[in-house]
Each structure stands twice: as C-alpha cells, then as structure tokens.
Design a protein around this ligand. Structure first.
Ligand SMILES: Cc1ncc(COP(=O)(O)O)c(C=O)c1O
Length: 377
C-alpha cells in the first residue's frame, strides 16, 4: 500500500514521557506544577528579549487573554490581518468587539503596512475612535514587515498583538517573532513547530503582565482565602501533563526548524524548472522564516493545471496538501466586518497550495511530492 504523506505531523524527541511520568509519580496532574513552570522557563530562555511567558490551553486562548489585557471591550474595533486562520480573528468577537480586516502585501503575504495606516485613519474618521489593537500574523512562519507595522502602530499609539502561532523559531532582523509587539502568541497545536497535543503561550512584556495573564487564566480569583471574584476570568491554564510534552519537545525545536527549512530548500531545488509553479521565498535574509509550511502558487495559464487540479491529484496519490488560508474578509461569518483590501490575499487563496513540510517527512517523501507536480499531465 502506498504510504500516506501528511501535511505536518508531530514528531517526538523521546523525552516527553519522562516528564509526563514524573508528573504522575509526583501527582502533579493539574493545570499547574513543575512542568508548567519548567516549560515557561524553557520558552523564555529560547525567546530571550527579557520576555515573560504564560503557558495556556491554546493559542486561541492566548489571543483572547491578550485582548482582555489590552482592554478590548464590546463596541471596540480591532485591526486583524485578513489572510490568516480564523483563530486570529475569533477572539475579537468573544469580547463583543468588531474585527477590521487588512489585506496583505506581496513580499511576505502578511499585513500590508500601507493599508494598515489607511485603515487606522479611516476608522478614526468613520467612528471617531482609533482601533484598540493591531493583530499582524507571521503566516506560514514568514515574519511580517514588523519595522513598518510597529512604526505605524507607535505613531497612532495602538498596541500590537503578534500572532506568531505558526512562527516559533522565525526571526525578523535577528529577533524572534512574537517579541516586537506588546504581546505575542505561540501555538503548540499538533501540527505546529512543537506540540503539547494542544496548547499555546502568551508572550508578555513584564512579570506584572505575566501575573495578570495568569490571574485571568485561572478564573480571575482575587487574593483572598475564600473564592472572591471582581472580574470575569477564564479557565485557560496549560495542564502539567501537556507542559511535560512541551518540555520534551524543546529538545527538538531547533531540529524541527532546521528540517522544515531543509524541506523548503529541497522543494525549491526540485521544482525550479517547473513552469507556472512558484515557491514562496523570503524577500531578503532579514526575514528568517521557519518555513512552517512550504507554499506554492500555481499560475494555471503557464502550468496547464489549477491549484485545485493539483490538490485533487495529490489526494489521489495519497499526499495531503491544503489550499492557502481563505482570507477572513471572504468568510461568510465576517461578511459585515469593515475591510481594507487590495486583492492580494484573494489571489493567494485562489492559486496557493501548502505542501507536506513536517519533520516526519523524509527526503524521499518530498521527492515523491515534487514528482507529482513535475509529471502532472
Ligand atoms: C495563525 C494562527 N493563529 C492562531 C492559531 C490558534 O492556535 P491554537 O490552535 O493553539 O488555538 C493557529 C493554529 O491553530 C494559527 O495557525
């Protein structure tokens, strides 16, 4: 039987079970404990920049808490990159706020700084208020144009919340993605750079902010012997078992980043002569992508097939691929949201495909995928 090649499978270091066993042996089977503290310390060491990190039950929970911490309330607007997974935008609506979608530029496929500024100015003109926060995303691991985005955000005094769910290990000008804005978010979902089976983290600027995030993540319980609540809280802490997986995964994070980059290089080499198929490349070496997923764009005129033709062919060949994210401004659920668009993300969605890129993929797997493209008839 033909081996199925998956888009992005998890890969274990082998150390995970030791941390889990320790949790069981010491009866720390709760959403706090030595693995949670240890995992946070490992992440802080890895990210640097004097950041303070809170381990949570999901990246989505981290985005939600960050918006709470930024004071987003019902009736506010929050600017969000349109070209992303719905998890970047959904938490805005949990708070009764409205997402304002901003399209991408062609270099990194992330938030277009020019459109961002246009959106800020226009929202102020239309509503009398500036948006409460800006959520750029480092999609597929490619760093967004953070210098430009931060300069605009600072000019209008709007805090930035970076969605680095797909970008652990990616750097922009030598600095980790997720550390430029006031807050940053990581995801440890099963298909990400490392996994805790499900989980995420909030990167915060200070120890006080970390304490505050932990407070909200544990039902906003006040410091009293009884259960005293003066604010609404959430149950978002990471379990000590999941954090054990995370600690084990930290041993292979660098290896995973290196492997995904190698896979991207291999695809680039193998597909260099295929007419009408272009692989997403970083605009310059200032953008140090982890290449979470290698993405291609198909030009149907030149290639003689569409993205969808290719996806179906891959499916026949037992290869999992996925269209690029459908932009949020085209999603029925966000039909009423304000949007500032330029056609870039729509074109990427129409013609783009993610190729298998996980650390479990062998060179032979990548060659098999490339051959389907090269030999497409
Ligand atoms: C861009 C982006 N943002 C947010 C998330 C949400 O992370 P999680 O699945 O950990 O909630 C994901 C992945 O799932 C993602 O790809």
């Amino acid at each position: 039987m033909t081996k199925k090649i998956w888009l992005s499978l998890a890969h274990m270091s082998g150390r995970e079970q030791d941390f889990i066993k320790e949790a069981f042996d010491t009866n720390w089977v709760v959403p706090l404990g030595p693995n949670v503290n240890g995992f946070e310390a490992d992440l802080e060491k890895y990210i640097g920049q004097d950041k303070h990190i809170v381990a949570l039950s999901a990246g989505t929970a981290a985005l939600h808490l960050a918006l709470v911490m930024l004071g987003v309330k019902a009736g506010d607007e929050v600017i969000c990159q349109s070209f992303t997974f719905a998890a970047s935008a959904n938490p805005i609506t949990y708070l009764g706020a409205t997402p304002v979608f901003v399209d991408s530029e062609c270099d990194t496929w992330n938030m277009d700084p020019e459109l961002l500024e246009k959106a800020i100015v226009d929202r102020k003109a239309q509503t009398g208020k500036y948006p409460k926060a800006i959520i750029p995303v480092h999609l597929y691991g490619m760093p967004a144009k953070m210098d430009e985005i931060m300069a605009i955000a600072n000019r209008y005094g709007i805090p930035v919340l970076e969605d680095a769910a797909e970008a652990q290990g990616s750097k922009y000008k030598g600095q980790h993605c997720g550390t430029f804005g006031e807050y940053g978010v990581l995801s440890f979902n099963g298909n990400k750079m490392i996994t805790t089976s499900g989980g995420g983290a909030l990167i915060t600027p200070t120890q006080e902010a970390k304490q505050r995030a932990m407070f909200y993540a544990t039902q906003a319980r006040e410091n009293a012997p009884h259960y005293q609540h003066e604010e609404i809280g959430y149950n978002y802490r990471m379990s000590n078992i999941c954090a054990g997986i995370g600690r084990g995964q930290m041993y292979v994070l660098d290896e995973h980043v290196a492997r995904r980059r190698q896979i991207h290089t291999l695809y680039t080499e193998l597909l260099k002569d295929v007419d009408g198929v272009t692989i997403m490349q970083r605009p310059s070496d200032e953008y140090d992508s982890n290449y979470w997923l290698t993405c291609i764009i198909v030009d149907p005129e030149k290639a003689g097939f569409t993205r969808e033709d290719l996806r179906l062919k891959m499916d026949e060949e037992q290869i999992e691929t996925r269209p690029l994210w459908k932009p949020m401004h085209l999603q029925p659920v966000f039909a009423d949201a304000p949007m500032y668009v330029n056609g870039v993300s729509e074109a990427l969605f129409n013609n783009g495909l993610c190729l298998p890129s996980g650390p479990m993929c062998t060179d032979e797997d990548i060659i098999r995928v490339a051959k389907v493209i090269i030999n497409y008839k």
